[in-house]
Design a binder for this molecule. Sequence first.
Ligand code: ATP
Length: 231
Amino acid sequence: MSRFLSFRQDARRIAEADSVAVIGLGRFGTSLALELMASGTEVLGIDADEDLVQSLNGQLTQVVRADSTRIDVLEQLAIGEFDRVVVAIGSDITASILTASLLLTMRVPVIWAKAVDERHGAVLEQLGVHRVIYPEKDMGRRVAHLVRGAAADYLEIDRGYAVVKTVAPAHLQGITLTDGAVRSTYGVTIAAYRAMNGDWRNAEATTVLGDGDVILVVGPTREVEKFAQLR
Ligand code: ATP
C-alpha cells in the first residue's frame, strides 16, 4: 500500500468524525491543532516541513508532510471530505492563496484562513474563503485594551461590543444586582460571577456579589472598559 493511500484511509476516517484539517503547522497552526485535540476534536495536520511533522507525530490524530498547493496531494489526502479546513499558512502568501483556492474548488464546506495583513485578507475574501482571521492584528488590539484598562481579560465580540473579566467593585458588594442598578447606571450587564475558589455561575437579578468575586461584564466596549476601572 502506498504511503499516501494509507494516509488517505486514515484521513477519510478522521473526516467522518468531529474533525478539522489544519494546513500549515507554524506557531499558530500548531497551537490551534493542539487546542482542538485537547477539546476532543480529531485533527489532520499537514505541513511541508518534515521536522515539524515529526515533532507533532503522536500529538495530532494524523500528521502528514505534504505540499498543500498541489491538487493531487489534497485529493489523495481526502481533504474534500472534511467539513472544516483551516489554512494556517501566513508568510508564504502565494502558498496560502493557492491552497485556499484549491479547497474552494474541492467544495470544502467551511474554510478558515489566516491572513498576515489586509491585502492578503482581501484576496482570501474575494476568493470566497468563509472566515478570514487576523491573529496578530486581533491579538494586538486585545492586548492594547488589556494594557490600557484594568480588566483581567478582554474579548471584543464585534466592533464596539465586548466582554471583560474583572473584580466586583466594592460598592456593588453585599447588595443584589438589581439594587446596584448596574444596567441603568453603567449601561453594562454582569453576565456571570465566580466567588473565590468557587465555580462560575450565571448572574441573576438577585445575585449578591462578595469581596474578591470575579465577574464577566458584557456591553459596549467603552462602557465595559469604564466599568472595569471601578474598584
Ligand atoms: P506562524 O506565525 O504561525 O509561525 P507564519 O505566519 O510564519 O506562521 P508560515 O511560516 O508561512 O507562516 O507558514 C506556517 C507553516 O506553513 C510552516 O510550518 C510551513 O512549513 C507551512 N507551509 C508553507 N507552505 C506550505 C505548503 N505549500 N504546504 C504545506 N505547508 C506549508
